[in-house]
Write a protein of this length. Structure first.
Length: 572
């Protein structure tokens, strides 16, 4: 018996309440499908999702099920930038996840379709799917088009910093701001939103080939329809999310992440998602699987083209075809078939033919966007996890975005206890070549783990500083971050981690090839490892925790219960 029907027998109020919503008596006996969506007028990634929700609903209902629409709107990191709103970003992920859990568990459903697009909405839904564990399919809202001259949103931070320094006019900045987002969809670069859409498909939870389609593309509605149809089938088969997503599925996703130069924020989200599926995925797994991995995707911010070109080049299936030797092709997916079977079916369909038509319209070849495996952009992945006395639990760097000059360096520490002070020092030229800019007390326990986006953009847009300094933080970065940025330093400052103990003019060693991040000197003088250990022990005894940043509300709850950045920054 379907779970929804067994609950009807013990909850006599359920039938009359649903009839009061306009359901028919026949609807009551059908498989029940929850459609959970982040739709809302919150940002371009969610403003168009209702259209997809309605397609899913119509298709599910036409295939013998009854769908119910639920909503938990997400926020936009872009709109939260530059003010205290960004502190709510990571907390919103866990809150959306919990609300989806409440929706699905308070009224029993037989399957679910999760419609989302962006930075926190997609990982929140993936976490919820693992936690709820019913047959589930993800539908993502795709990516926005690029603006004039392929202008995309991640360039605005650079232009803003240039305007601040007087290098471009305010009129030019205004033009860029008014033309960077010409349509709905996720931002058109391989930031966190785009990366997590790809991860959802790589985990086997989407209709094959449906991640990161252009939001204006009619194909997207077709995929929503197929998801509704398949959800109705899965409800009767009871093929649950955890039946599909296993350790092998996460290994596939990490392999794809390496090939696309995915966002560093994936190392916050993927371990948190894996935990909900009962899978142990730590940052060391990312580091291990990125070593020797071929980086193939020439998409911004690390590459040349806007993200809409990803689908034109064949999307996730095309990437998977190139890295087939690294994938577990026997994993199950929401189609009821294995990954290997899905890839073969796509080659027999018109999928790649349609993609080729899009490519011809923009005058590009597939290899311009997705390189061949034997002709990669890079051959050592894109993410590294650094460890040492500064980050005993680890820190994350997207080395594909780091200038080669900064792969090995010894720098002078310039610590700041908030981002506002650090960015002012950068913009007023108080930061000089050879400095290591620290921004601390910005981890999950400290302030909710906001992005350090504007500081990274200020550094990346300064040609001299980008090649001669590093930014080190227990906070995180935007998926659009470029330059020498090391984040997620754990344990964080608010937990008394070594980053809290760094003082002005300490010597900081960065060695990306050796995966090291260490304090190696004090007051500009080198010290032995034993001497540094004694100094840090003395500093630790003198260190006092800072008062809690938030006295009430969701941020108080989140910060008090947040796990380490390297474990996923979830509410534990």
């Amino acid at each position: 018996m379907l779970k929804s029907q067994s609950v009807r027998k013990i909850a006599p109020e359920m039938d009359p309440l649903r009839l009061g919503m306009g359901w028919s008596v026949d609807d009551l006996e059908k498989p029940q499908i929850i459609i959970e969506s982040t739709f809302g007028d919150s940002h371009p990634g969610s403003a168009h999702l209702l259209e997809l929700v309605l397609e899913v609903e119509k298709a599910a209902n036409a295939n013998g099920a009854k769908a119910a629409k639920y909503f938990a709107t997400d926020i936009c990191d872009g709109m939260a930038q530059g003010h205290s709103g960004i502190n709510y970003s990571l907390a919103s992920r866990d809150t959306i996840c919990s609300l989806a859990e409440i929706h699905a568990k308070a009224t029993t459903f037989d399957a679910g379709v999760f419609v989302c697009s962006c930075d926190k909405g997609v990982p929140a839904h993936l976490m919820a799917i693992g936690r709820i564990n019913i047959p589930s399919i993800v539908v993502t809202g795709g990516v926005m088009e690029a603006g004039p001259d392929l202008l995309t949103l991640e360039q605005i931070g650079t232009y803003s910093a240039m305007a601040e320094r007087g290098e471009i006019t305010q009129e030019a900045l205004t033009y860029y701001k008014q033309h960077a987002c010409p349509s709905c969809g996720a931002c058109s670069f391989m930031g966190t939103a785009s990366t997590m859409q790809v991860m959802a498909e790589a985990l086997g939870l989407m209709i094959p080939g449906s991640a990161l389609m252009p939001a204006t593309c009619d194909d997207l509605k077709t995929m929503a329809k197929l998801a509704g149809e398949q959800a109705a089938k899965l409800a009767c088969q009871n093929l649950t999310a955890r039946d599909i997503v296993t350790t092998k599925s996460f290994e596939n996703a990490v392999a794809v992440h390496a090939a696309i130069s995915g966002s560093s924020n994936s190392l916050i989200h993927m371990p948190a998602i894996a935990r909900e599926f009962g899978v142990d995925l730590d940052a060391d797994a990312f580091d291990r699987m990125h070593r020797g991995a071929h980086y193939l995707l020439d998409i911004r911010p690390a590459g040349k083209w806007p993200a809409e070109y990803f689908y034109y080049a064949g999307g996730v299936p095309a990437v998977m075809e190139e890295i087939k030797s690294r994938l577990h092709l026997d994993v199950m997916t929401v189609t009821g078939k294995t990954l290997g079977e899905n890839l073969e079916d796509l080659k027999k369909s018109d999928y790649y033919t349609r993609c080729e038509e899009y490519l011809r319209k923009v005058g590009r070849k597939r290899e311009d966007i997705i390189r061949k495996f034997d002709k990669p952009i890079g051959s050592d992945g894109t993410i590294a996890v650094l460890k040492g006395n500064l980050a005993p639990e680890g820190a994350v760097v997207k080395h594909s975005a780091v200038p080669k000059e900064m792969f090995k360096a010894t720098l002078r520490a310039r610590p700041f206890d908030c981002e506002e002070d650090a960015i002012e020092a950068v913009l007023t030229h108080r930061i000089q070549p050879g400095d290591a800019v620290f921004i601390r007390y910005e981890g999950p326990k400290g302030s909710g783990m906001p992005e350090m986006f504007y500081t990274t953009e200020a550094i990346a847009s300064d040609e001299t500083l980008a090649k001669s300094i590093a930014l080190i933080t227990d906070g995180r970065f935007s998926g659009a971050t470029r330059g020498p940025a090391i984040g997620h330093v754990s344990p964080e400052a608010a937990a008394g981690g070594p980053i809290a103990l760094v003082e002005e003019n300490d010597l900081i060693e960065i060695d990306i090839p050796a995966r090291k991040l260490r304090i190696v000197g004090v007051n500009g003088e080198p010290k032995t490892e034993a001497e540094i250990a004694k100094i840090l022990e003395a500093r630790s005894k003198a260190w006092k925790p800072r008062p809690a940043a938030f006295k009430r509300g969701i941020l108080k709850i989140f910060c008090e219960n947040a796990a380490s950045p390297m474990r996923g920054g979830y509410m534990d």
